[in-house]
Design a binder for this molecule. Structure first.
Ligand code: ADP
Ligand code: ASP
Ligand code: MG
Length: 404
């Protein structure tokens, strides 16, 4: 009999009918004698709604209080899911992140898991119960509620699967797998039967929100194989597993789009290595990651830096940078507007040439010009005008022959 972790995302638990559907799917496994841990998200829209309420009261709400607020979304769904299971005769019990022993550091709103004790999870499973764990949340050693970053229920599922050595980790969502591009944007996108951790990680960190990037990083590190599949049909999903030679055939596996990047311009920074280092160190210490950096030489020993940050993180980044510049005694920081980031990803890029040429030709065909560009071994990203983003993704997807 297998030990199974199933995660259901926001749309999958979006209303009472859907929670009943989840309960029925869980019952199908449980009644075959499998031990099942269920991880649930907040109902879709709930976390955004809570963020909006907080922002209506404060432009930069205190992060500890944000976590106390945001964790309520998942607390609602664990209780409702257990009630739905009880209603169809399945013994079950809910556990908050803290009760499930998900111990994190104290970086509120983006806490990292330091260990998982599991609480009484295995004991309850041995009693024949289904255990329903709140995704996205944990607690510090001293019991402060924390959250794991947006999309963090994926991380809860993968981390729990790793810690209890589950036989199967299934991520149930509103698409039946990982596609060559967001199927909502590219109508002829193809479902990928399998994908390496590396590719999934690059796609996720480039904006394919089907999986939270940090959860994939965790899966890679702990070698957790998982499947992304639909909670609304029984189609086979996409298997994400460690790198495999057979995955390297195509140069590009998929195209990702991140619509929520803001371009940050820092002007008149002292052009000294320690000044640039201090700026990025302060951003890093604040848990902020930057991408697509360009540095230009200015006048009088000063330099200008441009880079992108997540739009959600801009207010905080500006505050951190302003403080660094005050300490350095020179420099200005401003937002230069929102940009979208388009990325092509594939392990095959290591051995195929001409990827950049195909990419830029496709972008040119739709009149897109880009000045912020970054590359890695298996990814090329470009920043572009958000108004052109969908058109650009479709052109690039077609240029690499990814469609049906
Ligand atoms: P959940 O609430 O289940 O966590 P998400 O909304 O976070 O679900 O992620 C699923 C969504 O990810 C899909 O509805 C789809 O629009 C989007 N998505 C973006 N890129 C991809 C991709 N390459 N393949 C599949 N889905 C994608
Ligand atoms: N509810 C959280 C969010 O919307 C976590 C998740 O859905 O995975 O980000
Ligand atoms: Mg998600």
């Amino acid at each position: 009999m297998a030990l199974i972790v199933q995660k259901y995302g926001g749309t999958s638990v979006g209303n009472v009918e859907r929670i009943k559907n989840v309960a029925a799917k869980v019952k199908a496994q449980w009644s075959q004698g499998h031990r099942v841990v269920v991880v649930v998200s907040a109902r879709s829209g709930v976390t955004n709604e809570l963020v909006a309420r907080a922002k209506a009261l404060s432009s930069l709400p205190e992060e500890r209080e944000m976590d106390v607020l945001l964790a309520t979304g998942e607390q609602e769904t664990i209780a409702l899911t257990v009630m739905a299971l009880h209603a169809i005769g399945v013994p079950a019990v809910s556990r908050t992140g803290a009760q499930a022993g998900i111990v994190t550091d104290d970086r509120h709103t983006r806490a990292r898991i330091v260990r998982i004790t599991g609480g009484d999870l295995l004991a309850r499973l041995d009693e024949g119960k289904v255990v329903v764990v709140a995704g996205f949340q944990g607690a510090t050693e001293s019991g402060e509620v924390t959250t794991l970053g947006r999309g963090g229920s994926d991380l809860t599922a993968i981390a729990v699967a790793a810690s209890i050595k589950a036989d199967l980790c299934q991520i149930y969502t509103d698409v039946d797998g990982v596609y060559t591009a967001d199927p909502r944007v590219v109508l002829d996108a193809r479902k990928l039967p399998a994908l390496s951790h590396e590719e999934m990680l690059e796609l996720a960190s480039s904006g394919s929100k089907v999986m939270q990037a940090r959860s994939v990083e965790f899966a890679q590190k702990h070698n957790v194989t998982f499947e992304v599949r639909s909670s609304f049909n029984d189609n086979p999903g996409t298997l994400i597993k460690s790198m495999d030679k057979t995955l390297e055939d195509a140069a590009v596996a998929g195209v990702a789009l991140d619509r929520s990047q803001t371009r940050v311009t820092v002007g008149d920074l002292p052009d000294r290595p320690d000044a640039v280092a201090a700026l990025f160190a302060d951003l890093g210490d604040a848990g902020l990651s930057v991408d697509m950096i360009i540095k230009n030489l200015g006048k009088d020993g000063k330099a200008n830096l441009t880079f992108s940050v997540n739009t959600d993180a801009y207010a905080k980044a500006e505050k951190v940078i302003a403080e660094t510049l005050r300490r350095l005694g020179s420099g200005t920081v401003r937002s230069a507007g929102e940009v979208a980031k388009l990325s092509v990803v594939g392990v095959g890029m290591i051995s195929h040439s001409g990827v950049a040429a195909t990419l830029f030709k496709a972008l040119a065909s739709v009149g897109v010009n880009s000045d912020l560009i970054t590359t890695s071994e298996i990814k090329i990203s470009v920043a572009l005008d958000p108004a052109k983003a969908d058109e650009a993704v479709r052109a690039v997807h077609a240029a690499f022959g990814l469609g049906k």
